[in-house]
Design a protein. Structure first.
Length: 282
């Protein structure tokens, strides 16, 4: 959505195999600067997506993904891109790969007053109380959905089941960098997005997508985050960022998952409308 190749650098661990080569090739194809750690013996991780109606379940074989080491971040070439970066996004899934790597990046962002962003990723990740207790003080923006928020609340022994109360609790969690307010964004599928920013909570509306028009929801949450961040790093207003995220989220829900299909977003033209969604429906 930014339309500028080589803007994003990506770290992860893959195997020296067929799927690893595909990942490298596809990242290069879309202008993503992938700085993979390549494991000599472990195979590239794989994930099976099982669809049932509009729902989906994931079954993962993590393989090389859990072999990532913090030393990979410390090479001179990688330190150069880390130092130049202004925004750092890490999915919660990476907690099971290399918590020390996350801590190193989060601490760097805090010291340099740069933006550190995380995603709850999945209920079983969100329930990792000890890990999130260490990480959350460094988080400037946190994404998640209602199921993940509920799992987080349960692990933290928050009595309220209200998504608003949970989002407010996360927002008020102690913070290492006082120069940045924490933004908490909880999506709820077809229901409005719960947002807490600067201590203020509000609901952001979402477009209605008929159930029979949803092909699958796989990747919808990641698409939302990508759309949001594409505008956030440009300094756009929070509402514009939410609309950009929703435009990607709705497109993902109502079309086949086309990794390389360019998404054009213009706030004034309201591309998050159903007309835009229908354009991509097969």
């Amino acid at each position: 959505m930014i339309g500028k190749p080589e803007t994003v650098c990506y770290f992860g661990c893959i195997g020296n195999d067929h799927f690893g080569h595909i990942l490298k090739s596809k990242c290069k194809e879309v202008g993503l600067n992938a700085m993979y750690q390549v494991h000599a013996t472990e195979r590239t991780g794989a994930c099976a997506v099982c669809l049932s109606g509009t729902s989906r379940s994931l079954c993962a074989d993590l393989g090389a993904a859990v072999q990532f080491t913090v030393d990979h971040l410390r090479t001179s070439a990688h330190q150069e891109v880390i130092q130049k970066a202004e925004y750092y996004y890490i999915a919660g899934f990476f907690i099971s790969s290399s918590l020390p790597s996350i801590m190193e990046i989060s601490e760097h962002a805090c010291v340099e007053n740069k933006c550190f962003i995380m995603n709850l990723s999945a209920p079983f990740i969100a329930s990792m109380k000890e890990e999130f207790s260490k990480l959350l003080p460094f988080v400037d923006i946190l994404f998640g959905n209602e199921k993940e928020a509920e799992a987080f609340a349960y692990s933290m022994q928050i009595k309220s089941e209200s998504i608003v109360d949970i989002a407010k609790f996360i927002s008020s969690f102690p913070k290492k960098n006082p120069n940045r307010d924490r933004i908490v964004i909880i999506t709820q599928g077809a229901d409005p997005i719960v947002v807490v920013s600067d201590g203020h909570c509000f609901h952001h509306p979402v477009s209605h997508v008929p159930v029979d028009c949803i092909v699958d929801t796989n990747g919808a949450g990641d698409a939302f985050v990508g759309g949001f961040l594409s505008q956030y790093i440009l300094g756009k207003q929070l509402v514009e960022c939410l609309d950009a995220g929703h435009s990607c989220h709705v497109k993902q829900q109502s079309s086949l998952s086309r990794l390389f299909e360019e998404v054009h977003y213009t706030y004034s033209r309201c591309y998050h409308s159903w007309r835009y969604c229908n354009r991509f429906t097969n």
